[in-house]
Design a binder for this molecule. Sequence first.
Ligand SMILES: NC(=O)c1ccc[n+]([C@@H]2O[C@H](COP(=O)([O-])OP(=O)(O)OC[C@H]3O[C@@H](n4cnc5c(N)ncnc54)[C@H](O)[C@@H]3O)[C@@H](O)[C@H]2O)c1
Length: 351
Amino acid sequence: MTQTPTSADTSKTFRETVLVTGGAGFIGAHYVPWAAAAHPETRFVDLDLLTYAADTGAFSEQAKLPNVVPVIGDITDETLVAKIFEEMDVTGVIHFAAESHVDNSIADPLTFIRTNVEGTAVLLRAARDAWTKRGTLETSRFHHVSTDEVFGSLGFTGFFTEETPHAPNSPYSASKAASEHLVRAWRETYGMNTSITNCSNNYGPRQHGEKLIPTVIRKALAKEPIPIYGTGRNIRDWLWVEDHCRAVDLVFREAAPASAYVVGGRCEKSTIEMAEAVCAVLDEMTPWVGHRHAELMTLVADRPGHDFRYAISPEKIERDLGWRPTMAFDEGIRRTVAWYLGEGRGRLLAV
Ligand SMILES: NC(=O)c1ccc[n+]([C@@H]2O[C@H](COP(=O)([O-])OP(=O)(O)OC[C@H]3O[C@@H](n4cnc5c(N)ncnc54)[C@H](O)[C@@H]3O)[C@@H](O)[C@H]2O)c1
């Protein structure tokens, strides 16, 4: 196990130890510092392989927190994962780690099956073994972070809810659907205490340069064509990343065993609308004299299996747990662009 140097106070007795996987990724890099501050009595073990998608700077910063233990390693490594459960007395899991880029899943599906499906199975088995031994199987929570992409595509109307059946269309979404089925199977077969969240598209600082918003910014700054798939009319429901983190934490801590929640921002935008919003902020923050950055938007061949529309009805999480999205889109997108123009320049170029 490669445990990075950490300032986590080993002399202190923590109330619980939560294993977070993928804490150096886009969402995990927001979740870990926020949760470490919100729950100082909890020790967070952050297991991340530091793949190309990871934010290594964020991971190093986590090592300075008094209740975070970063571990570099692979969730598919059975020996390592079993050792973490045994030696660190893990009492809960929040499972973010995944291969997450749909385009990469089209080019290299097997990597997605290994990490997203096999990795989830390895974690579930280790958790079940450790918690059965300790007699805490019913009380220790395994939270699985999933995506609305498992539900497939909507037409112009309707919303995904907790009752929507799976109909994945890409190797990425199929691997995430498969991992959810494993979570369900461990619950039904072994009586594991599980919860699942299916979230819509996140936006905010720290996302890898390959994703839509950083791509728009990078291309616009270089005055190169900004590629927009197909007609650009595909719709996504955008959620500020920190609002997603709060939802995950609430469900992990407060939801009933075996519960699932869909999470979304009630903020539907087409690809063109999102790219235009980013370009408008760029026009203001880094003007291109005599031009608008949106002039660079260029339609390109569509992604195969490209889902038309995702939209979430988050009524259940609002009603049961009092969760609400807090960030207005105009403010969130300004903060996102400002981060990439400043501190996040390096993340923007990492493609
Ligand atoms: N980004 C979104 O809009 C979104 C929306 C809904 C759900 N999700 C889900 O949230 C989770 C996190 O997404 P993200 O956008 O932060 O992803 P990301 O690609 O930015 O980060 C993934 C992290 O997992 C790590 N990782 C990958 N393979 C690993 C392995 N084998 N072992 C250990 N660590 C490994 C990477 O190093 C990286 O730090 C994923 O499960 C994703 O399916 C994401």
